[in-house]
Design a protein around this ligand. Structure first.
Ligand SMILES: Nc1ncnc2c1ncn2[C@@H]1O[C@H](COP(=O)(O)OP(=O)(O)O)[C@@H](O)[C@H]1O
Ligand SMILES: [Mg+2]
Length: 521
């Protein structure tokens, strides 16, 4: 208990001295008592000169980056929650850099040895200096002996003690969230305890590299016969909770267009392939890479796309996939009544809503898009607008679809950087058509596919229930990493109960510490 409070004081000082509190105060006008609290807590330490010329969002990013892993992760998480912190701040937080100084290669070797055992460790040679270092892990290149040959691999290693540090800081943040939620009535809306709880669940999964290995493996299996998309192979004998070993990607970053061109790669085709592979994985397999920014995409000599970093994956169930394919296809065909029907038949929009009004609203999303020049058309933006409208009609968007929509915006952005004139509709159409055809009996038409999907929606009882809970499940669900099991709720309840029991002690202990600090400084 005392250690939690002590940790909290440390964090409060960190928050205050990093300039984060000043910036939050600028944005939200914190109550006087909170300001006084932070002033007291930071007595004796110097507040970093805040970057006065910068925007508050930018300043907050810098402050969070300076505070290390836990706060970088908190910032990244909040960036996905505009419903809590507002669109603007969420957009600002998207720019948060996930970079930290690398730890020593000697330390890295010790971790690998402990994790994979002495025998396997002997088979690892030529471990490089770190080639990239982020908040949770860093990556080295090495060679391993494998099946009597030598393989070049990349080894991703968790930062030393990162799990312990993260959970300790989160314990303290939880306490902080609880105190704020119970003392400032306006803060209830922010659901701080829930935010911290979810952050813990998500990040603890990210801190187990076996999950990432399993995701890479699943993506590999799903796509092994797809031409043009190669997922690196995982070496399970050299993989553990803290170490992930996979084939080294010998390719050019998709960012380096000049190099790509120089090696004879057709950027137009590359851009089209990227969109098609992504869409195919989403609708055919219901499993997609959820972090497809340029830094995670490479292109090999033959023009194959090679992704890395399988920490965030999206999973769409059968209903989501049909919904997605039919809706996008409906929009491409400009058949708004059909798109409206999918929603109504599936019971996604209340039956008492007006079908005509809904179709009209869909038209207002779709038509302006067709007036745009090809290079401005975006499936991701279309989905974003669609979700805004369905929410107005009381349909809560499922989180997996939100992750898909966000990833689609990123994928289209990468494709457009490669080839600005990429025609998203033309490129997407065959993938959607093929898939919709493949799920139909030969005689039936696309129209009947819509009916069947509506039937499936109806027959699956947990669907509406799932949607109710979607806001709670947040990213966990989107990432397909966690089921909406009772366990999650129980964990949160348990954590809340413990906090309640702690409450009186906390307040006493807390003020005790503040007094001690005041006496010391
Ligand atoms: N298999 C690999 N082959 C070559 N480089 C890799 C490989 N895996 C990762 N990297 C390099 O390391 C960087 C960080 O790895 P990544 O898995 O993206 O970690 P993070 O989750 O920290 O972003 C990548 O951007 C890439 O440059
Ligand atoms: Mg990455």
């Amino acid at each position: 208990m005392l250690s939690r409070v002590f940790q909290l004081v440390k964090i409060a000082r960190k928050l205050s001295t990093s300039g984060a509190v000043n910036t939050i105060n600028q944005l939200y006008n914190l109550p006087l008592v909170v300001n006084i609290f932070f002033k007291i807590i930071s007595i004796g330490s110097e507040t970093k000169a805040s970057n006065e010329d910068k925007q508050p969002g930018e300043k907050l990013c810098l402050a969070l980056e300076g505070m290390g892993t836990t706060f970088i992760k908190l910032g990244q998480f909040l960036a996905t929650r505009p419903d809590i912190i507002g669109e603007n701040l969420a957009k600002d937080l998207e720019k948060l850099q996930d970079k930290l100084p690398a730890f020593d290669t000697y330390e890295a070797k010790k971790i690998i040895q402990k994790e994979v055992g002495d025998n396997q460790f002997k088979n690892i040679v030529e471990l490089s200096e770190p080639i990239a270092a982020a908040s949770i892990a860093q990556v080295h290149i090495a060679k391993i002996k494998y099946d009597s040959s030598e393989k070049e691999v990349a080894i991703k290693i968790l930062r030393p003690d990162i799990e312990k540090l993260f959970n300790e800081e989160l314990d303290a943040l939880m306490l902080f969230a609880y105190i704020v939620e119970n003392t400032i009535s306006k803060a209830k809306r922010l659901k701080l305890v829930e935010v911290v709880h979810l952050l813990r669940e998500i990040t603890n999964i990210e801190m187990d590299l076996r999950f990432e290995a399993a995701a890479a493996n699943e993506l590999y299996e799903n796509t092994k016969s797809d031409k043009g998309f190669n997922v690196p192979k995982i070496y399970w004998n050299y993989t553990s909770k803290k170490v992930l070993t996979l084939d080294r990607v010998n390719g050019v970053s998709i960012r380096e267009q000049d190099k790509l061109k120089a090696s004879g790669i057709d950027l137009k085709i590359l851009a089209e392939n990227l969109i098609q592979h992504f869409l195919k994985q989403a609708v055919r397999d219901g499993f997609f890479h959820g972090d497809m920014h340029q830094g995670n995409l490479f292109v090999d000599k033959s023009g194959n796309i090679v992704p890395v970093d399988f920490g965030i994956m999206g999973r769409l169930d059968k209903n989501n996939r049909k919904y997605l394919a039919e809706i996008l296809y409906g929009f491409i065909q400009r058949d708004y009544v059909k798109v409206a029907d999918v929603h109504f038949q599936a019971g996604l929009v209340p039956q008492n809503a007006s079908r005509d009004e809904f179709a009209q609203a869909l038209r207002s999303v779709g038509e302006p898009i067709f007036g745009q020049s090809i290079k401005d058309i975006s499936g991701g933006n279309l989905l974003a607008q669609l979700f805004e409208i369905t929410e107005k009609f009381n349909m809560q968007t499922q989180t997996p679809l939100l992750l898909l929509q966000k990833t689609m915006v990123v994928v289209e952005g990468v494709a457009r950087k490669l080839y600005p004139e990429t025609n998203i509709w033309e490129v997407s159409r065959p993938v959607l058509e093929d898939w919709l055809k493949s799920i139909k009996s030969p005689k039936s038409t696309i129209d009947s596919a819509i009916n069947t999907s509506a039937e499936i929606f109806k027959r699956i009882p947990e669907f509406p229930d799932l949607m109710d809970k979607a806001s709670y499940a947040l990213q966990l669900l989107a990432e397909g990493k966690l089921n909406l099991s009772q366990g999650t709720n129980k964990n949160l309840e348990l954590e809340q109960m413990q906090l309640k029991n702690f409450r009186n002690n906390i307040i006493i202990g807390f003020f005790g510490i503040v007094i001690i600090i005041l006496l010391v400084f």
